[in-house]
Design a protein around this ligand. Structure first.
Ligand code: NAD
Ligand code: WQD
Length: 354
């Protein structure tokens, strides 16, 4: 399936099996779950990561769960030389590019770091992919690229007006990929804009292991339930929503992982540059998430209302009709699965991977 062999332009893709996939950032949260789904679907996986926000243990566990050895290469996407060498060594047919930095707050303090890694890193990966005759590149983008004024549910055609350097680094990286595809149409590019991934593999063997105090809602909730923190600070109950708390589109990480496999298989058969929202298409409030978590796990999560967090929007959820129409993919897991699997992982791994 190298580019030189040509790709079919078919609306109904054949079954694509045994694709060799280089996964950048594959030891991280979404990357590790995607590696697992790729192997389960018969694809061959190699990971490159600098392990700056992750642990190799995640991929060791994916190898155990799938009974398949996965090579992890040390490499930093900021180094063009290293990424060129990794692609030359591994000759992948597809690249799924997760490697990047993801803290909105940190991006405000160190925007240069975010542009260097997320924008510069994506340019390095894309150029190496072109040079290495890779057929497909998928890119991890974010719902953060949409503006605050976007009407909900937001579709892929909505205005993109990110309000922080993290979001801009993702949007500019999307533009780089769009332009490279326009100049090199044989390189098939898929951009996935994730909403709020949560949960863990149902085995509880792999999951999300944030360093330090979690900034995101559900890892924090799990640590309150585990007794690490006494209570959850709910950032505002005065939004124009039913219970006054923020609404998001939470998606099980295994659904998100599965979406990558399906999109990769589709892109192997279809050229061009395409963008898809990946969410469940329904909005859930902070208090609803806490309440589901308590009911499903039987654990108590005390809350206190504090002022709104700067930069938060009231409501964000996806219109997911494009990915359903083009790929035939939609989320399968329910909220109760997300919270049960999150708790399964948290209670089995109180110290994460360490
Ligand atoms: P993560 O931090 O768990 O994974 C990112 C991986 O990239 C880590 O393994 C990290 O070590 C690696 N990495 C970071 N900088 C690198 C570099 N310079 N060179 C090589 N590897 C590097 O994060 P995640 O939640 O799995 O997110 C994966 C991708 O999805 C990121 O690009 C993130 O911006 C994007 N995304 C995440 C979310 C979310 O809520 N988790 C939402 C939207 C988009
Ligand atoms: C969800 C809701 C908070 C923590 C962020 C990034 C986004 C994407 C995903 C990468 C909001 C509320 C949270 C807490 C709370 N990442 N909350 N108490 O802000 O939608 O998105 O992560 O691309 O770019 O911005 O996710 O999980 O932080 O917050 O009340 O301790 O929970 O106000 O309403 P968010 P989140």
């Amino acid at each position: 399936m190298k580019r030189s062999e040509g790709m079919k332009l078919s609306p109904a893709p054949d079954i694509v099996v045994g694709v060799k996939v280089l996964v950048t950032g594959g030891t991280g949260y979404i990357g590790s779950h995607t590696c697992l789904r790729l192997v389960e679907e018969g694809h061959e996986v190699v990971v490159v990561d600098n392990v700056s926000n992750s642990s190799i243990e995640s991929i060791k566990r994916v190898s155990q769960l799938t009974d398949t050895h996965i090579d992890v290469l040390e490499g930093d996407v900021r180094s063009k030389t290293r990424i060129d060498a990794v692609i030359a060594e591994t000759s992948p047919e597809a690249v799924i590019h997760f490697a990047g930095l993801k803290s909105v707050a940190e991006s405000v303090r160190f925007p240069d770091k975010y542009y260097e890694t997320n924008l510069g890193g994506t340019l390095n990966v894309a150029r190496a992919a072109l040079q290495g005759n890779v057929a497909v590149v998928l890119f991890s983008s974010s719902a953060t690229v949409y503006g605050e004024s976007a009407s909900m549910p937001v579709d892929e055609g909505a205005a993109t007006e990110p309000t922080n350097p993290y979001g801009r680094s993702k949007l500019y990286a999307e533009s780089v990929l769009r332009d490279l595809n326009a100049a090199n149409p044989a390189l098939s590019v898929g951009v996935l804009r994730y909403f709020n991934p949560v949960g863990a593999h149902p085995s509880g063997v792999i999951g999300e292991d944030p360093r330090g105090t979690p900034a995101n809602l559900m890892p924090y909730v799990a640590r309150v339930a585990a007794g690490t923190y006494p209570e959850l600070s709910v950032y505002g109950d005065d939004y124009s929503t039913a219970d006054g708390t923020g609404i998001r589109d939470y998606i099980h990480v295994m659904d998100l992982a599965d979406a990558h496999v399906k999109v990769m298989e589709y892109k192997a058969e279809n050229s061009g540059f395409e963008t898809w929202n990946v969410g469940r298409g329904s909005g859930v409030s902070v208090l609803e998430m806490v309440s589901r978590f308590q009911e499903v796990t039987g654990k108590s999560v005390p809350t206190k209302i504090v002022p709104r967090r700067a930069g938060d929007v009231a409501v964000s959820f996806a219109n997911v009709s494009r990915i359903a129409r083009d790929i035939g993919w939609s989320a399968k897991y329910e909220l109760d699965d997300m919270v049960a699997d999150l708790w399964h992982w948290q209670s089995q791994n109180p110290e994460g991977y360490e």
